[in-house]
Ligand binder design. Structure first.
Ligand code: ZN
Ligand code: ZN
Length: 363
């Protein structure tokens, strides 16, 4: 059985438990996860036996290439998506149809309800997302590839970083390098933040010169084709500010200790606490204003979150970022981010770019 078929079977088991006869998957990322099809504007109707991908003629060839074994219903021009879905659901005698509440407009829900007057629609939450949390071995291999592209691109950047470049130019160069190495592009718009701009966790690259301050924070990742990677490093490009070294070492040890704690059975907030306590003890508790990390996969931010009040337990196969930070408005910030796979016995750090203080210094 293909991985995609295995995922659909798991999904079937979970919607049957809710008493549903079928689930209409309208979130395109979830459709990709369940079929391998990467186009948009296509919904997947998973029935208790079999499934149908409803698409349109623009995607005929792509469907044949990406998921040849999949039953597809190509709606001819002039036929609506809802009409086609209602047809298939009626023929399959679907009584209770699950819909994805988080990805559907109220208008679409009403349209489906009108087209299937005898069926009962039931909103579901995160049925597919729950499966996506634990990665199978193909997915882990894809994430490793996304990490590889990101790291190669950063290696070139680090070796050629010059003071007269702007934040924007450096961000563009990263994206370009990722593509040259074979990746699809960045997994999100890179953050390249010089000096005080590094205090903004989501800084946008500007025309600021790299040489305008002695350090720069780079938060970047690659889209390996389908799966994402996400890393952050701080580079010291000028005379070493003693305060930077002090803060860097606090963030690094918080990050290393949180990673060392990661193992199945630990709850997500417990991992967050390891780093948070250490940063608070160093006197920077108020300066770490975001969660410790997040899942990565088909999307750059997905479940599970490593944060206060995140009560899910870690399981083998989850892939999360670990990214503590300390931000001082007006001065700058330090964040160090790696991608970590939860294994049966603990964890494996998938990212390998050096992060010791000595690795950060390129001046
Ligand atoms: Zn990041
Ligand atoms: Zn991140």
């Amino acid at each position: 059985m293909s991985q995609h078929a295995a995922r659909r079977d798991k999904l079937r088991r979970s919607f049957r438990k809710l008493g549903l006869d079928a689930l209409l998957v309208t979130n395109f990322t979830n459709v990709t996860y369940l079929t391998g099809f990467t186009g948009d504007d296509s919904y997947l109707l998973v029935l208790s036996k079999g499934e149908v991908l409803v698409s349109d003629p623009r995607y005929t060839t792509q469907l044949e290439e990406e998921c040849p074994a999949m039953e597809a219903s190509i709606r001819p021009p002039g036929t609506g998506m809802v009409e086609r879905i209602a047809d298939i659901a009626t023929r399959a005698k679907v009584g209770k149809l699950g819909i994805e509440g988080a990805s559907m407009t109220v208008a679409l829900r009403d349209e489906i309800a009108a087209a299937l007057p005898k069926a009962e629609l039931q909103s579901t939450t995160e049925l597919v997302e729950d499966l996506r949390i634990v990665k199978d071995k193909d997915e882990v291999a894809e994430i490793r590839r996304a990490v590889w592209y990101a790291e190669r691109a950063f290696g070139v950047l680090k070796a050629s970083l010059r003071e007269e470049r702007t934040e924007k130019e450096v961000a563009d160069e990263l994206e370009n390098n990722i593509r040259l190495f074979g990746g699809k592009g960045c997994s999100f718009p890179s953050i390249v933040a010089v000096g005080p701009r590094a205090a903004l966790p989501h800084a946008r690259p500007t025309d600021q010169l790299i040489g305008a301050a002695p350090f720069v924070l780079v938060d970047w990742g690659a889209n390996g084709g389908l799966y994402m990677s996400d890393l952050t490093r701080v580079l010291v490009t000028g005379k070493i500010p003693p305060k930077l070294e002090r803060i860097y070492r606090v963030v690094l040890s918080a990050q290393e200790q949180a990673i060392a704690a990661i193992r199945p059975g630990l709850t997500c907030h417990e991992v967050d606490e390891v780093a948070r306590k250490l940063i608070a003890k160093a006197g920077f508790g108020k300066n770490f204003g975001h969660g410790l990390g997040h899942g990565i996969g088909l999307e750059i931010h997905e479940a599970p979150r490593l944060a206060a009040k995140a009560h899910r337990k870690l399981e083998p196969g989850m892939v999360v970022t670990v990214e503590p930070g300390i931000y001082l408005p007006g001065w700058g910030g330090v964040r160090i981010e790696d991608d970590v796979l939860v294994t049966k016995s603990g964890c494996e750090v998938l990212t390998t770019v050096g992060k010791q203080w000595e690795d950060a210094i390129i001046a």
